[in-house]
Design a protein around this ligand. Structure first.
Ligand SMILES: NC(=O)c1ccc[n+]([C@@H]2O[C@H](COP(=O)([O-])OP(=O)(O)OC[C@H]3O[C@@H](n4cnc5c(N)ncnc54)[C@H](OP(=O)(O)O)[C@@H]3O)[C@@H](O)[C@H]2O)c1
Length: 247
């Protein structure tokens, strides 16, 4: 996880979220993770940003994705400062105790599969349920960290059943929520985002330190992608270089 201060040498300068109002306020879920911490850093370095509320299992209030009451309680607290202008959901799981991405069908384990779906799909859907209504109706942005391996059309290698399925399902949640939210929040734009390979704990066992990009750079790029989205883009699946990914 990168702890570099916002303006340390070698880090890209902050992206200025020019499509959001001066003094915009941002929420980051998964703020303790590699990408989540980088989003918080980059946003705090944007002079237009007035407030960044980082939420996670160790924040106050805590937000545990496997506990719907904790998601609701965190949203209730954030509601006191609504409307918000930016929500980034940067949480997710790929590996952990008793959990390794499967190479073959024989590796499937029901408990592990349920855990991945709970954290990568159900949890973010509950975050949308409770936080999307708090977003500004004029102009607000919601980015949920997905992954290119969640693309069904792009799946050439196989493997990683639970993670792939959880991200494909997350993409459907994003698309469906974008359609619903457009009815009441015409200025809210929602996107599933692929960060590329980034040097974090999540990518570490998979050569992430060698192959991955700096989390600060990835966060800056993803903020620029979000900033450029128009109302008609809501429900899209975009990569860090702004390319559209196949479902
Ligand atoms: N890194 C990559 O190369 C890469 C590539 C493609 C997609 N992504 C996606 O990018 C997102 C961010 O990943 P990352 O690389 O930053 O991983 P990371 O450093 O492992 O961070 C994951 C975050 O998810 C949070 N989290 C996990 N389980 C949770 C739970 N039950 N309740 C609440 N929060 C929970 C963690 O919270 P704690 O701090 O409390 O553990 C942490 O903040 C993920 O959705 C991942 O799938 C990453």
């Amino acid at each position: 996880m990168s702890q570099a201060p916002p303006d340390s040498p070698g880090h890209p300068s902050a992206h200025t979220m020019s499509s959001l109002p001066e003094g915009y306020r941002a929420l980051v879920v998964g703020a303790g993770g590699g990408l989540g911490a980088a989003f918080c850093d980059r946003l705090r370095a944007d002079p237009r940003c007035e407030q960044v509320l980082g939420l996670g299992r160790h924040s106050n209030p805590p937000l545990e994705l496997m506990d719907s009451a904790s998601v609701q309680a965190a949203a209730l607290q954030a509601a006191g400062q609504a409307p918000w202008h930016l929500l980034v959901v940067a949480s997710g799981i790929l590996h952990g105790p008793g959990l390794r991405p499967e190479k073959r069908l024989a590796d499937l384990n029901a408990d592990a599969f349920h855990r991945v779906l709970a954290i990568n799909t159900v949890g973010p859907a509950l975050v949308l349920r409770h936080f999307a209504p708090l977003m500004d109706r004029q102009r607000s942005l919601v980015g949920l960290l997905s992954a290119k391996v969640g693309s069904i059309g792009d799946n050439r290698l196989g493997g990683w059943y639970a993670y792939r399925a959880s991200k494909a399902a997350l993409n459907m949640v994003v698309k469906t929520a974008a359609i619903e939210m457009a009815r009441t929040h015409k200025g809210l734009v929602m996107a599933a985002l692929h960060p590329g390979t980034v040097r974090t704990g999540l990518s570490d066992p998979f050569n992430g330190q060698t192959l991955g990009r700096d989390p600060q750079e990835a966060a800056t790029q993803l903020l620029a992608v979000l900033d450029g989205l128009k109302a008609e883009d809501s429900g899209c699946f975009r990569a860090y270089d702004d390319s559209e990914l196949p479902w």
